[in-house]
Design a protein around this ligand. Sequence first.
Ligand SMILES: C[S@@+](CC[C@H](N)C(=O)[O-])C[C@H]1O[C@@H](n2cnc3c(N)ncnc32)[C@H](O)[C@@H]1O
Length: 223
Amino acid sequence: MLTLILAESSLETIPPGTNKNDTTKTPKKGKKTHQILDISLHSQIVQKLPNREKRGRPDIVHLSLLAALGTPLNKQGLLQTFVHTIQNNVITVNPQTRLPKNYNRFIGLMQQLYGLGKVPPKGTPLLTLEKMNLETLIKKLKPSQTIIFTEKGNPTKPKTIMNECAQQENPTIIIGGFPHGEFSANTLKLADKKISIYPEPLDAWIVISRVLYCYEEIILNKK
Ligand SMILES: C[S@@+](CC[C@H](N)C(=O)[O-])C[C@H]1O[C@@H](n2cnc3c(N)ncnc32)[C@H](O)[C@@H]1O
């Protein structure tokens, strides 16, 4: 089974101590708890944060999860997905999760997740949130190989690297869930290989679609 980790993802609640009134739009009544930081609404807050180029883009997590969960690979139970966030939370995503396609509904779900630690609150959780850094997650997963995809990696065709992955028992691929900037040194040191699939930066969900498709072609044709 392939593991996908969306790492250092730009998903978080508005950090404590920031002025929640620094918004371009006022949240609706009753929606003030566990507000998700979104640069299109909270640009003044994001501007004052460290690593600001990596903050306030929950839409990247939304699009990336839609791209991963909708693949035949996932539907056939051959993919497990985690979201590691910039504030060192890990969201475990049940492969059967059907995420809302609508962004506002996705944000509502994330607010609920940050509030309750799991969604839905009753029955088998589809999403669970726990405090955990990436290193701990990798230690728990014990991958046979960890590949980080980054524009600065070794230029390699997606087909070639995913073919190599398919020979592994328990491979993990890491893709950045942030808009700009680089992976931290702590993340990079977890990689067995750093791979670039194109000479320029691509959106995370494009990289996900391409590499999962290549892996799927190899794995599903073997069956
Ligand atoms: C918008 S990029 C973040 C920008 C960053 N400069 C980078 O590429 O590392 C989101 C993620 O997609 C993946 N990615 C983007 N361009 C890539 C490329 N040319 N080759 C491999 N992975 C790439 C990386 O995992 C990256 O963290």
